[in-house]
Design a protein around this ligand. Sequence first.
Ligand code: PEP
Length: 250
Amino acid sequence: MRKKIVAGNWKMNKTFQDAEELLAFIAESIEKKPSCEVVACPPSIYLELATDFALDSNLFVGAQNVSQFESGAYTGEISAAMLDSVDVDYCIVGHSERRKYFHESDEVLAQKVDKLLDHNIIPIFCCGEQLEDREKESYFDVVKMQLKNGVFHLNKNEFGNLVIAYEPIWAIGTGRTATPAQAQEMHNFIRNLITKEYGKETAGNTTILYGGSCNPGNARELFSQNDVDGGLIGGASLKGEEFIKIVNSF
Ligand code: PEP
């Protein structure tokens, strides 16, 4: 079901005390039901803390990563079943930082998506091109391949449980945001790809988020584009007031 979502990707930031303070601030700020679904994606060590806040508030909780394996001898990994057991709602998959620093291939990402869906957790599947892809005008091809390899193996039913996040790598953490027109162009391209693969109804029901230096100053215009259904927010999600301003940008 297509919905408006603002999700905060905290990455590897915050101590336990800071996390508790930020979660309390967000939960309190969205006491009056916000006009979008609000998701906090803290480091995994704070997920249970976050789902405790979610119990008594309008907050949803996302993980930042999951293992492609079901269980067993995979030291340091966290499985989809474990995320499910502490009531996690969403999980980011395929973030460009995981692709770059942890060499996560399309094949592994597809397995992670499958595991999450097996455990009723909604994957937030990230795609997006590098600056050189944009300059070479191959950005549509890059995103098409990422979607083809990462999520288009799903059947229509399964795909219906997915959220897509378009995150141009050149915009992540750089302060250089895609223009609303650039975001709309790619989101529309993605929705058309989904139409070809799964039909118009599924495409119309898919939530597609924008990510990359989104802040309180540019969120309203980005979110007002026809095919932009909200944002995946990095840096600005670490400051409660900025994050809530973005949440209130619809
Ligand atoms: C992200 O890493 O998902 C992201 C969008 O980061 P930032 O908002 O800091 O560019």
